[in-house]
Design a protein around this ligand. Structure first.
Ligand code: F6R
Length: 569
């Protein structure tokens, strides 16, 4: 949500900022802007719209200067408008800043600065004003004094017309420095800088930094220098781009033929020991990651652990870890605010499962398992979900059954899935049914489906149907049954028949002859170790959602109202 990019070097800043902003688009935004510093003067151009549209219409490329900051805004305080877009000037036009996060005490602070004319309704505009208010010595002193006044969350990058430097700060909102040769970058995440460097320093909570062309310096709030070691990232630019696929989501679905094995090879030793040594395990996550959490809870419960998965945003209201509880946070981005809030609770230990090296969640936890899925740009999680499943299997099973070419086999069904998608694309509702350990996959299939097709869908443990939902099943209602042959098939078959008797169109993912007989459409699942079925089922459901989305003329990479990284509660 919201994206920041900053540059200081010898190249034309505007070009680098536009490129960076484009690669941040997946985070979700409604307006765009950049500021460049040229011969001691800061110029800002910004407006509502997509990066390319705004950059073209406002001629960003014509903005001179080798220092600049850019921002994609996703409205929180104040409507979507040109005035509310970032960057913002301070009282004069000598300081400009971009901000991600929420300043909770902004109303009081604005009240204190009655003589300042604010041009926007945002909490963010307050930041350059505050800096200017405190500016009676060095910029860094004024910057630190201002940050101390802020309550809430922020990633801030500020530029001062009088200096060739960028000033950075982070608190509960990600910000990463990119190290180049004679140039420095900063951005909300690594892919925005990958074209230029592989060396990064993710800022930690409370870090304040100064970038010059040649150096970066990091301080704490007392102005004391802190040392942060750079990390080297192996992702290629190609990995972070579409590689010929029409959408990132489809590319990322296909990448699973490599990523699942990478994730299965993740180092889980420390986390596994922690799990062995704890009886009570509280898993916190949101959305897709919550479904992986449900799978972990289910498999650990089967082993006799007291394991529960909680929606992170509700965890503080319904559960409290004690000194013997192990917490597991699952988050592809590692920056989800609801999870960061949930894992603040005191516990005996914390495990992070994340795809983001150096992310906030990774840093807070005692043991971090990296998913190794590479950058995921599509808003809908796909390869990071199967990465999470792979890690869940590693944590729960003594030895994970070898998937062989299971993923390739499931991906090879895309043409038949597209045909089924044609039937579904005109429907208004869909139901996903499963039993046992396939239920979290039904939830995930349904979430993916509604998220990018805008068709209403629900998922149920099939036994629940007759306790209410069956009343919604009428002639032609699509029922997607996850029914590979396992211990649940006989009962699930009974549920499928119940829907069929009421006119449902049954699409089954199965290898069971009796289920096939009851189905209008079948996606064949190969016979494998039943423990691998969740993995096998997840992939056709992603493809189904993707193709229905495209057939309905939706861009699956950027579903409306959603953002890739949800950094506000
Ligand atoms: C859905 C999706 C979201 C995320 C959720 C949590 O496709 O991607 O539901 O799973 O916002 O995000 P992370 O895993 O980054 O904590």
């Amino acid at each position: 949500m919201c994206g920041i990019i900053g540059y200081i070097g010898m190249q034309k800043a505007s070009t680098i900022l536009i490129e960076g902003l484009k690669s941040l688009e997946y985070r979700g935004y409604d307006s765009v802007g950049i500021a460049t510093l040229d011969h001691g003067r800061i110029r800002i151009r910004k407006n509502i719209g997509m990066v390319s549209e705004v950059a073209d219409s406002l001629k960003f490329e014509e903005m001179e200067g080798t220092i600049g900051i850019g921002h994609t805004r996703w409205a929180t305080h104040g409507v979507v408008s040109e005035e509310n877009a970032h960057p913002h000037f301070g009282k004069s036009e000598k300081i400009a800043a971009v901000h991600n996060g929420v300043i909770e005490n902004f109303a009081e602070l604005r009240e204190e600065m009655k003589d300042h004319r604010f041009r926007s309704e945002t909490d963010s505009e307050l930041i350059p004003h505050l800096i200017e208010e405190h500016l009676d010595g060095s910029f860094i002193d004024a910057f630190i004094k201002s940050l101390k006044k802020l309550e809430g969350s922020y990633a801030v990058v500020a530029v001062d017309a009088a200096e060739e430097k960028l000033y950075l700060a982070r608190k509960n909102s990600p910000l990463v420095i990119g190290i180049g040769k004679g140039e420095m970058f900063c951005a909300s995440d690594i892919p925005a800088m990958l074209k230029h460097t592989r060396q990064f320093v993710p800022l930690e909570e409370g870090d304040i930094a100064i970038l010059t062309r040649e150096s970066y310096q990091i301080f704490n709030h007392d102005g004391k220098t802190v040392i942060r070691k750079p990390i080297t990232v192996k992702w290629s630019m190609e990995q972070a781009q579409k590689s010929g696929f029409p959408h990132f989501m489809l590319k990322e679905i296909h990448e699973q033929k490599h990523t699942v094995s990478e994730s299965l090879a993740a180092n889980v030793d420390k986390a596994k020991k922690l799990i062995e040594n704890h009886e009570r395990i509280d898993i916190v996550a949101c959305g897709t990651s919550y479904h992986a959490g449900l799978m972990l809870a289910y498999l650990l419960s089967k082993k006799g652990k007291n394991a529960h998965a909680y929606i992170a945003s509700d965890y503080p209201f319904i559960a409290k870890p004690d000194e013997k509880t192990l917490m597991v946070a699952i988050s592809q981005s590692g920056e989800t605010a609801d999870i960061l809030q949930a894992i603040k609770a005191k516990s005996s230990g914390k495990i992070a499962i994340t795809n983001a090296v150096g992310s906030s969640i990774a840093r807070i936890c005692d043991a971090t398992i990296y998913m190794n899925a590479g950058p995921e740009v599509g808003v809908a999680a796909t390869k990071t979900f199967t990465a999470q499943l792979a890690i869940v299997f590693r944590l729960a099973y003594e030895k994970v059954p070898e998937p062989g070419n299971l993923i390739e086999t499931m991906l090879s069904k895309e043409d038949e899935i597209r045909k089924i998608a044609e039937k579904l694309s005109k429907k208004e509702h869909a139901f996903f049914l499963a039993r046992g350990s396939n239920v979290p996959i039904a939830y995930e299939g349904s979430l993916k489906f509604k998220e990018i097709t805008y068709i209403h869908s629900e998922a149920y443990p099939a036994g629940e149907l007759k306790h209410g939902t069956l009343s919604l099943v009428t002639e032609g209602t699509p029922v997607i049954a996850l029914a590979p042959k396992d211990e649940t098939t006989a009962k699930l078959l009974g549920n499928i028949k119940e829907t069929k008797a009421r006119g449902a169109t049954v699409i089954s993912l199965t290898n069971d002859a009796n289920v096939k007989k009851e189905s209008d459409y079948v996606i064949d699942i190969p016979v494998v170790d039943a423990r691998l079925y969740p993995l096998a089922l997840a992939i056709p459901l992603q493809l189904l959602a993707y193709h229905v989305s495209v057939l309905r003329g939706i861009n699956p990479d950027r579903p409306r109202n959603l953002a890739k990284s949800v950094t506000v509660e």
